[in-house]
Design a protein around this ligand. Sequence first.
Ligand SMILES: [Zn+2]
Length: 262
Amino acid sequence: MTPNTPASDRNPVLLSAMHWKEVKDREFDLVVLPWGATEPHNLHLPFGTDIIESEVIAERSARYAADRGTRIAVLPTIPYGVNTGQMDLRLTISVNPSTQLSILRDIVESLSGQGIRRLVILNSHGGNDFRPAIRELKPRFPRMFLGLINWYQMLDQRRYFTARDDHAGEMETSILLAVAPSLVLPLNEAGEGTERPFRLKALRERWLWTPRAWSRATEDTGVGNPKNARAENGERFLADLTAAIGDAFVELAAADPEELYE
Ligand SMILES: [Zn+2]
């Protein structure tokens, strides 16, 4: 919930700021579900980093689409993600992939009975792998568009940042400096986010995959150096990102979910 959403906003996009008065007679072309995680982010970013990012990106993208006539609602953000590789890190909260599927199924079931035909998950967290869940749900809800955006995979980071960010590095730190600067500790208190390489060659080359044991894989829980993070770069990244997602929302809202091919 963005605390500065004005109460007088008669065209809100966040469901948590809407009232039944506005919703009961209103049609929605598209519903967005932001999904985060609750986990440490190096020494300097808050546990809620992924929650904040998914909500801000969903809200800005939805606002962009709403300004262009799209009837859209952003659901409250799900704060817990799959963190099975970080469960030994204090106050990390992990939900299993099967639990995540159950939550998603219940949300899709709620919406499908209300005539909603398009749902997009806006995901912030690499451990949240929604594709198998969507593949499993799709045959049960064949008339509904079920889509996924992993926003962190969309843009070429090199156009905005000096160091590649995997977790709590320059990209995430720049975004938080742009949208929630009071929650970012001074960067000289951050770790360098150095990842310890695997001993096995195939794992280093990443064609043999196994989940990372996070407390062994990095010193400070970060992967990617945050030291050059700047609010203005985060803002520039967010502007391009949310315009691209917003354009996709506009196009999707106008499309027939059963006629997606040329
Ligand atoms: Zn993150």
